[in-house]
Design a protein around this ligand. Structure first.
Ligand code: NI
Length: 178
């Protein structure tokens, strides 16, 4: 399953994803394909709308930073609790390549989700993993990290991505002319 990354301003990134009705083989395979696409693109998190699928599925791996045991694959993730204490991280997004901004979010969250085996799990996360989970759940609701900065800065960041994408497309065209 070749998954294609969606880049801003693709309208699918602004849609609300639908709950996964029940864990089945198709969903489990899709979750693993997403994880592979995430690693290929050197991301630490990916949400289904970023590959054009409006399902409530997210995958993450911040194992370098925290002792979570590697990949996390979640269907229907739901934040049960957020700390009042906050954490600020310079976030980026595979759908907004090359752009970064400091985003302040709750430092700790407790999240419930369904794993690829269909088991309900709960996890408490902090700092980078907490920010990552919140960033990915935002994607399921059509929210992007640039929504946390001023409209002026957001518009500028999206314009930069559009310009870079246009230039990349022109380069692609040039490489086909012979
Ligand atoms: Ni993202």
């Amino acid at each position: 399953m070749g998954l294609k990354l969606r880049i801003v301003p693709d309208p699918v990134l602004r849609k609300v994803a639908q709950a996964v009705p029940a864990m089945d083989k198709d969903t489990s395979l899709f979750m693993h394909a997403m994880l592979e696409a995430m690693y290929e693109n050197r991301g630490i998190g990916l949400a289904a709308p970023q590959v054009g699928e409006l399902r409530r599925v997210i995958v993450m791996d911040v194992a370098d930073e925290q002792k979570t045991g590697g990949a996390l694959l979640m269907a229907n993730p739901e934040i049960l609790w957020k700390s009042e204490e906050t954490f600020t991280y310079n976030e980026g997004c595979l759908s907004i390549p090359g752009q970064f901004a400091e985003v302040t979010r709750p430092k700790k969250v407790r999240v419930a989700y369904v794993d690829p085996e269909g088991k309900r799990q709960e996890l408490e996360a902090e700092e980078l993993l907490s920010s990552c989970i919140q960033h990915e759940i935002d994607h399921l609701n059509g929210v992007l990290f640039v929504d946390y900065v001023s409209k002026l800065k957001r518009d500028m960041m999206i314009k930069r991505v559009e310009k870079a994408q246009r230039m990349a497309e022109q380069e692609d065209e040039k490489s086909h002319v012979f």
